[in-house]
Design a protein around this ligand. Structure first.
Ligand code: FDA
Length: 305
C-alpha cells in the first residue's frame, strides 16, 4: 500500500498539466504547513522566528517545469532579489535552487549565464547557494555545471542522492573540487535501472556516502528526518573525532520541528529548508509520496477550505 501511495504521488508530481491546474485552482490543500508563503516577503518573519531559536535556514523559490527563456530569466531575477533580501534583513539563510527553473532543459548557455549572475550576487552579499538535485535525467548536467562553478566560487554546494547507483562514483569524481554536499536519499520516481528499489539499500548507501564524504574532509549536510541516519552520523563523528564545524543536519520546514530543536540543544548545527512561492505543487506531491502521515494534514487542509 505504501509503495502504491509513493508511486501515485510521484506520478502526480511529474505532471506539468496538473501543476498548471493546481496553480489556477489556487487551493493549497494544507501546503501552507510546509511552505513559507507565496512570496519571500511572507517567508521573512518565519525565517526570523527560526533564526531567533538558533535554527539556520535555506530558502528555495519553488518552481519546476520552466519552458521558456523568459521564464528562466524571471526566475533568475527572483533569486537575485532573494539574495539581496537575505542580506537586507540580516537573515541567517542560504539559497537553494533548481537548475531546471533557470533553463537547464532549454539550453546550457542560458543556465550558465543565469548561474553566473546568481553566483556573482551571492558572492557580493556572502550568501551560500546550493543546487538542489532533480531526477536522474538531469544528474550529469547538474554535476558538470556544479563542478565548473565550484572552480570559480567557493560559496556553492549541491546534492547527492543515495538511491542512485552512480552516487558513490560521483563522490569520487567530485572530490577534486572539495565539494560542499547535501546528502539525501532522493525524492523522485526512478527505475531499478538507475536506483536501488529497496529502501534498506538506499538507507545503507546513505550511510556509506556520509562516511566517505566526511572522512574525505569535506563539509557535509545530512538532510534526513530519519533517526537511524542521525544516530549513525552522531556515532560516526564521535568515533572519528570529526568536528561539529564540518557538518550540519538539515530538515524540511514543517517536518519534525521538535527534533530540530533537540539537535540544536545538543550543540549541532541545524538548517531548515524553507520553500516559498506559488509553485508548490511538485514539492508538495513529493512530500506526500514520502510519508503517508503528511496526507492527513493535507486532507485536513482541504476540508477546511
Ligand atoms: P524517510 O522518508 O526515509 O523516513 C525514514 C523514517 O524517518 C520514517 O520511517 C520516520 O520514522 C522518520 N520520518 C520521516 N519523515 C518524518 C516526519 N515528517 N515526521 C516524523 N518522522 C519522520 N531530495 C532530492 O531528490 N533532491 C534534493 O535536492 C533534496 N533536498 C532536500 C533537502 C532537505 C533539507 C531534506 C530534508 C530533504 C531533501 N530531499 C531532496 C528529500 C530527500 O531525498 C528525501 O526524499 C526525504 O528527506 C525523505 O527521506 P528521509 O531521509 O527524511 O526519511
Amino acid at each position: 500500500m505504501e509503495a502504491l501511495n509513493k508511486s501515485f504521488f510521484l506520478f502526480l508530481a511529474s505532471r506539468p498539466s496538473l501543476d498548471r491546474f493546481a496553480k489556477r485552482w489556487g487551493s493549497k490543500f494544507g501546503a501552507d504547513k510546509i511552505v513559507g508563503g507565496e512570496s519571500f516577503e511572507h517567508a521573512v518573519p518565519l525565517i526570523q522566528s527560526l533564526n531567533s531559536q538558533g535554527l539556520r535556514v535555506t530558502v528555495d523559490h519553488l518552481g519546476e517545469f520552466v519552458a521558456s527563456e523568459a521564464e528562466a530569466r524571471e526566475r533568475t531575477l527572483e533569486c537575485l532579489q532573494t539574495i539581496r533580501m537575505i542580506s537586507a534583513h540580516d537573515l541567517n539563510s542560504q539559497l537553494s535552487l533548481k537548475v531546471t527553473s533557470l533553463g537547464l532543459d532549454i539550453n546550457h548557455d542560458l543556465v550558465w549565464e543565469n548561474m553566473i549572475q546568481i553566483m556573482d550576487e551571492a558572492r557580493k552579499y556572502d550568501v551560500f547557494v546550493t543546487i538542489d538535485m532533480e531526477d536522474s535525467s538531469r544528474t550529469q548536467a547538474t554535476l558538470d555545471l556544479y563542478k565548473a562553478l565550484k572552480k570559480q566560487y567557493s560559496n556553492i554546494g549541491t546534492v547527492i542522492q543515495s538511491y542512485l547507483y552512480r552516487s558513490d562514483q560521483d563522490l569520487d569524481d567530485l572530490n577534486e573540487v572539495k565539494p560542499n554536499l547535501r546528502l539525501v536519499k532522493g525524492a523522485y520516481k526512478e527505475s531499478a535501472e538507475v536506483a536501488f528499489p529497496a529502501k534498506s539499500d538506499v538507507d545503507h548507501n546513505l550511510k556509506l556516502l556520509i562516511k566517505k564524504h566526511l572522512l574525505n574532509g569535506n563539509y557535509t549536510a545530512i538532510a534526513s528526518h530519519d533517526d537511524a541516519i542521525i544516530q549513525y552520523t552522531k556515532e560516526l563523528v564521535r568515533e572519528h573525532g570529526i568536528s561539529k564545524d564540518q557538518f550540519e543536519f538539515q530538515m524540511l520546514y514543517g517536518m519534525r520541528s521538535e527534533r530540530q530543536l533537540e539537535l540544536l540543544s545538543e550543540g549541532y548545527t541545524v538548517r531548515v529548508y524553507m520553500p516559498y512561492g506559488n509553485d508548490w505543487y511538485g514539492y508538495f506531491m513529493r512530500r506526500l509520496a514520502e510519508r503517508p502521515a503528511n496526507i492527513a494534514f493535507a486532507l485536513n487542509g482541504l476540508l477546511k477550505k
